[in-house]
Design a protein around this ligand. Structure first.
Ligand SMILES: Cc1cc2nc3c(=O)[nH]c(=O)nc-3n(C[C@H](O)[C@H](O)[C@H](O)COP(=O)(O)O)c2cc1C
Length: 281
């Protein structure tokens, strides 16, 4: 039949193989289609992305067995080692916004009954093991961590974010890492600012001995203010930097800023909305 594929000869089977492989490769995020790992087996309810695209269902995760955890710690250590080998100056451990580390740290997610769940100390154990392994591997002066104790992104909230943030700030001092980068409490999710938020990062800033970086909703003026008032050493900019690839220069010469476009946030195109905003002439 015209325009109809066949699969009865050996040649046809061979021709199908790369097609089947390509579809599998697109459809499976995880090696061999395994469930993604987590602290828990609990599923995430379907979420709407901040740009309005329905993410629909998520694959249920698989709770890591306690004997598997050292292997995951080792994967992080290896990744850091590889990053240095690739020429990076340092690495930032992503302990924010619902990723694996937060799935251990936050009590809305972590429902374990072993030494990696329950108390704050137990919930932070995995991340601190990763910090220690990486600091020992590449040197603490090359290590930073990003945390968002107050965020509730992807159902990763906590009943006592202040205690959690403070515990981490104090515990991190033991490893002498270069910096701690925390997301402001007013950022409930990645893009929404709660102007009435009564909480602050000042207690964590005071507790942590290294460089303290803050992030979330700052412009140039507010960024200067938070540093002047010694509430942080540095400010990290997200959306403004995305839309203004030469943001420091624009700040320095008080050039106008390009407005970011929310429609192209979190889209899979590697160029549009990510690297196509213009530099100053
Ligand atoms: C397109 C886009 C992608 C982001 N991806 C991540 C991410 O992968 N991990 C993360 O922790 N934060 C991510 N964020 C959040 C930013 O790191 C930052 O916390 C947020 O934009 C608030 O800072 P801002 O007010 O300076 O933009 C993303 C933000 C945007 C706009």
């Amino acid at each position: 039949m015209v325009h109809t594929p066949g699969i009865w000869t050996k040649e046809q089977v061979e021709a199908w193989k790369p097609i089947v492989d390509a579809v599998h490769a697109k459809g499976e995020f995880q090696p061999n289609g395994q469930a993604p790992i987590s602290s828990t087996n609990k599923s995430l309810t379907p979420q709407y992305q901040s740009n309005g695209i329905d993410e629909s269902q998520y694959t249920p995760p698989r709770r890591l067995r306690i004997d598997e955890i050292p292997h995951i710690v080792n994967d992080f250590r290896l990744a850091a080692k590889n990053a240095i080998e690739a020429g990076f100056d340092g690495i930032e451990i992503h302990g924010a916004y619902g990723y694996l580390h937060e799935q251990f740290m936050k009590d809305a997610v972590n429902d374990r009954a072993d030494e990696y769940g329950g108390s704050i100390e137990n919930r932070c154990r995995f991340t601190l093991e990763v910090v220690e392994a990486i600091a020992n591997e590449i040197g603490p002066e090359r290590v930073g961590i990003r945390l968002s104790p107050y965020a509730e992104f992807m159902e990763s909230g906590d009943t006592n974010p202040k205690a959690l943030g403070l515990y981490m700030a104090n515990a991190l001092n033991k490893y002498g890492i270069l910096y701690c980068h925390m997301v402001e409490p007013r950022m409930k999710n990645v893009l929404q600012i709660d102007d009435q938020c009564p909480h602050s990062l000042v207690p964590m800033r005071k507790a942590f001995n290294g460089t303290f970086i803050t992030n979330g909703g700052f412009d140039q003026e507010e960024g200067n203010k938070v540093v002047d008032e010694n509430r942080a050493d540095l400010v990290a900019y997200g959306r403004l930097f995305l839309a203004n690839p030469d943001l420091p220069k624009r700040y320095a010469i008080e050039a106008p800023l390009i407005k970011y476009n929310r429609e192209t946030f979190y889209t899979p195109d590697p160029v549009v909305g990510y690297i196509d905003y213009p530099f100053l002439e």
